[in-house]
Design a protein around this ligand. Structure first.
Ligand code: UDP
Ligand code: MG
Length: 321
């Protein structure tokens, strides 16, 4: 029987420091798993350092290596999308370039895949080294996502996973430009199983995420996969409407029973400011979705690729392919 091909898909952005080590570890793993053929697909997400030329050099040494360079830096989500388009494997393993995801797990993933699982995702056992605040907000985020979507969204699960070809084909059909791939994996369904792993320290360089960018990511994650905040702002509205109505009755009854009393400036101020705040917040929620509609309605391709294995991409057939 033909050996099955596993594509290891790695988005890289300014990863020149980790890259040599990454290649070495990948090669070791691939050489150990003789029952599969391997493709190492690197996506250069518009790096400004020598990452792209390292990829080229690597391909010259080892034909299992393929690379796509994007026309600029689009972000990891989009880089992964490009990877799905170019991956040739019967299964695709997605991992980070910084070796936080140990490639040694690929064997275990492939084994479960051969047992019939479509999506073998790696679940980190601890979040040690992360600040209390980050852990706290992460918890709230996942709680909210769990409750507001019809599909399970797992905490402590990242993009490190093995996907069967049919999952890749499914994801390729989802051409939204504001991508939250983690939720897409959950949304497509199929037979999933978790394996556990310990997140390693970043090999070199530094993480491109700041706290604010994580907040933005959470807002994007929510607004791109659920309309629950819209529903929530309506429930808020209903709540305040009822509260206002009750308060109105109280005022009328008080006025009839005890006559009109004028003081009440502070309570009035508090209520006006509070309701104003709630209105602005709700407007913000709506705008968030409006912005999403605006961006999607342009119907732009998700990305443009510059080169694939040394060939310039002409852009004639859309989506840089
Ligand atoms: N990455 C990317 N484009 C970006 C930012 C990051 O392709 O604009 C890649 C990066 O090279 C790495 C992965 O995405 O392989 C995860 O990035 P990082 O380690 O910065 O994120 P973290 O591990 O902190 O979530
Ligand atoms: Mg990392």
């Amino acid at each position: 029987m033909e050996k099955k091909l596993i594509t290891v898909l790695i988005p890289c952005y300014n990863e020149e420091e980790s890259f040599p080590m990454l290649c070495e570890r990948l090669r070791n793993v691939a050489d150990g798993l003789t029952e599969y053929n391997f493709e190492f697909l690197f996506i250069d997400d518009g790096s400004s350092d020598s990452t792209a030329s390292l990829m080229k050099a690597e391909r010259e040494k080892d034909k299992r290596v393929s690379y796509v360079t994007l026309s600029r830096n689009y972000g990891k989500e989009t880089a992964m999308c490009a990877g799905f388009d170019y991956a040739k494997g019967d299964a695709v393993v997605i991992m980070d370039a910084d070796l936080q995801h140990p490639p040694e797990l690929i064997g275990q993933m492939a084994k479960l895949w051969s047992e019939g699982y479509d999506d073998v995702y790696a679940k980190r056992t601890s979040r040690k080294g992360e600040s209390f605040i980050k852990k706290f907000f992460t918890r709230i985020y996942y709680r909210f996502m769990q409750r507001s979507t019809r599909y399970p969204v797992y905490p402590d699960v990242g993009d490190f996973r093995l996907l069967d070809r049919r999952c890749i084909e499914a994801i390729k059909k989802l051409r939204e430009t504001q991508r939250n791939t983690k939720n897409l994996f959950a949304w497509i369904g199929y037979k999933k199983i978790a394996i556990e792993y310990e997140v390693a320290e970043r090999q070199a360089g530094k993480s491109k995420w700041s706290f604010m960018s994580l907040v933005n990511l959470a807002i994007d994650g929510i607004t791109s996969s659920t309309t629950a905040p819209l529903r929530l702002s309506m429930l808020f509205g209903i709540f305040f409407l009822i509260a206002a109505f009750i308060y109105m009755l109280v005022i009328i009854i008080k006025a009839i029973a005890w006559g009109i009393d004028t003081p009440g400036y502070s309570s009035l101020m508090v209520i006006v400011l509070f309701i104003g705040g709630v209105q602005l917040f709700s407007l913000g929620v709506i705008s968030e979705y409006l912005g999403k509609i605006f961006n999607e309605s342009k119907g732009r391709p998700v990305y443009f690729a510059d080169e694939y294995n040394g060939c310039k991409i002409s852009n004639k057939d859309g989506d840089g392919q």
